[in-house]
Design a binder for this molecule. Sequence first.
Ligand SMILES: [Zn+2]
Ligand SMILES: [Zn+2]
Length: 458
Amino acid sequence: MRIVNLNPGSDIGASAWFVELDNFRLLMDAGMHPKRDGRAALPLYAEVEREDLDAIAISHCHHDHVGSVPVAMRHFPKAHVLMTDLSYCLLGRILHNSVNVMLRQREEHGIHDYPLFTHDQVEENEAQFQGFKCNRPIEWGALQKVRAGLRSPDLEFFDAGHTPGSAGILVRGKSQTLFYTGDVCFHDQTLQRAARFCGVQADVLIMETTRGDRLPPPGFTRAGEIDRLTEAIQRVLARRGCVLMPAFALGRTQEILALLALLMEAGRIPRQPIHIGGLGRVFTEIYDQKAHLANRQQPDLKLTRDLQLLVLEKDQLQSMKLTGGRLFVLTAGMLTEYTPAHDLALRMIGDERQAVFFVGYADPATPGGRLKASKPGETFVFSAAGGEVTRRCETGDFDLTAHASREALLDFVGRVSPRTVLLGHGELAARQWFEEQIRERYPKMKIIQPAPGLSVEV
Ligand SMILES: [Zn+2]
Ligand SMILES: [Zn+2]
């Protein structure tokens, strides 16, 4: 088996793994690097462009895993794109939104590479998207090879519990198997149930390492974190301030909305409308409609029915009064510039009644990361567009992660019992922690941190 890590960076970056097995070739994920612009954000497709690719398989619809699917399909026009049936309902929307974001960035930041693909291209690509149920073997070899008598390896999706539609991918060849975790969560979230990776065994394991550098504080529990968030919201609403919770449109937004719905249901926070972004609304609607496809808790909860969701229009934002205790769950988890979440945060920062509560990861080099790290009364540059600000608002950081803890992942390695583990999707310190721990606990396993673009035989 031959594997090439196509992530252009040595950080979490863009996920894209090329695999050759029994003379068939598969690309797993086709992401985009969230911290790079233009072509530099793309996976290293040039490294494999001469390869005759049979298929592309997608783990889940986050930008760092699917953001460059149309570019990959330009390199490999014959390849079909395989994904779970819920991802199938989402992927087109995600990619059309990416086109809009790239067009805006071209205009506002002068990034001339953008857009890397167009709406027309996405529409054309969609004809080659295919959705599948989890836990069913899928043949993925190109038809002409199978007709010529070659036996195609198969592939199976396993629910990864990370976001709506997320999956790990098992690839079964004649004599070897590979498992790719994608992004995985081994604990229940408010809506999303824990991953169902039971019984997975493989010779080679490609594993995410996002939380490898995170040691949870003593006594940490998710329920405790939810209580802390609830009390914080109660406190802000009692002083008639507003709460902004920046959240990614897919997954995080639905989780936070579900949490707020349950808190309102239980009378812990007053029933009131929630302002959300347009894209958050789109994915929330799809999630409600396709709830039967998801392995979820609260099956009777319909977010668009049980909550009063108001889509925040751009021109509304500047004139809206920030009094009377409003709740905002707005897309752009890191408060990226030129988003309503960024503009609202900018209005709130100098006002001590207001609060910005982070419920997900915010990179330190983003406006969200800088606000998160700031002290009360501190003056700092929030963003190029927003300039210098002095923080008076309350901020909070709540760990409601959709990624497995490092201990849970380490146990999982033992259960899969692979010959070789490839570590990806993590910062250097995170991968290092896993390498040391695996070496200690499972001394017979070979551990590889594959460098970008390097072909490894395993
Ligand atoms: Zn993800
Ligand atoms: Zn990811």
